[in-house]
Design a protein. Structure first.
Length: 173
C-alpha cells in the first residue's frame, strides 16, 4: 500500500487535473484521429465493379448479379472496419468514417443496398456489366474509336470479335 505522503500526492494531482471521464453515451464523444468506423458508399460515384465485395473478408459486402441490375449490399453487422473496401475501390466511392455507433433494435438499419443498371451485349444480347462502367471506360479510351466499339460487347463476344479481326489482319498481311 502507498504511503500517506504518496496518497496525498495522488489526491493533489487528481484535484489539479479534474474529471477526465465522460458520461458517454449521455454526452457525445469525438473518436480520436485515425479511428475506424463504418464505411459509407457514395451512390453517385459507385460504378458497380464489385471490387470492394471481392476483398471483404467477413463478407459484409456482397455483389449480386440480378441480370438487369447489379446489386451491392453492405451489412454493418458483419463489418470489421478493416478498410480494405476503401483501398480497393477504383473511384473512391466507399470511405470509412469515424462513426462507430451502430446499435439498433431494427436489423434493417444495418443494411445499405444500391442497384445499378446493367447493359446488354450488342451481339448476343446478354446483360454483362453496368452502364456506369461502360461510360467510365469510354471516357478513358475516348480517343480510340475501335476500343469504344469493343466496350459494347460482353467479354466472350469481344474475344470472338478480336480473334476474327486478328485472322483478317493476318490474311491481309
Ligand atoms: S471495412 Fe472491411 S469488413 Fe467492412 S465492408 Fe469494408 S472490407 Fe468489409
Ligand atoms: S469498389 Fe467502389 S465502385 Fe466498385 S462496387 Fe464497390 S463501391 Fe462501387
Amino acid at each position: 500500500m502507498a504511503s500517506i505522503g504518496k496518497r496525498l500526492w495522488y489526491l493533489k494531482k487528481a484535484i489539479e487535473i479534474g474529471t477526465v471521464t465522460k458520461r458517454y453515451p449521455f454526452e457525445p464523444t469525438e473518436p480520436p484521429e485515425g479511428s475506424r468506423g463504418k464505411p459509407v458508399i457514395d451512390f453517385t460515384k459507385c460504378i458497380g465493379c464489385g471490387a470492394c465485395a471481392n476483398v471483404c473478408t467477413p463478407q459484409a459486402l456482397r455483389f449480386i448479379d440480378l441480370k438487369e441490375y447489379k446489386r451491392l449490399e453492405l451489412f454493418y453487422g458483419r463489418c470489421i472496419f478493416c478498410g480494405m473496401c476503401q483501398e480497393a475501390c477504383p473511384v473512391d466511392a466507399i470511405q470509412l468514417t469515424k462513426d462507430f455507433e451502430l446499435a439498433t433494435d431494427d436489423l434493417n438499419d444495418l443494411y445499405v443496398v444500391i442497384e445499378l443498371k446493367s447493359v446488354r451485349c450488342e451481339i448476343c444480347n446478354k446483360y454483362f456489366t453496368t452502364k456506369r462502367i461502360i461510360l467510365k471506360i469510354n471516357d478513358e479510351v475516348r480517343d480510340v474509336i475501335e476500343e469504344i466499339e469493343y466496350t459494347k460487347l460482353c467479354p466472350e463476344c469481344r474475344r470472338k470479335e478480336s480473334s476474327t479481326k486478328l485472322v483478317g489482319w493476318r490474311a491481309l498481311g
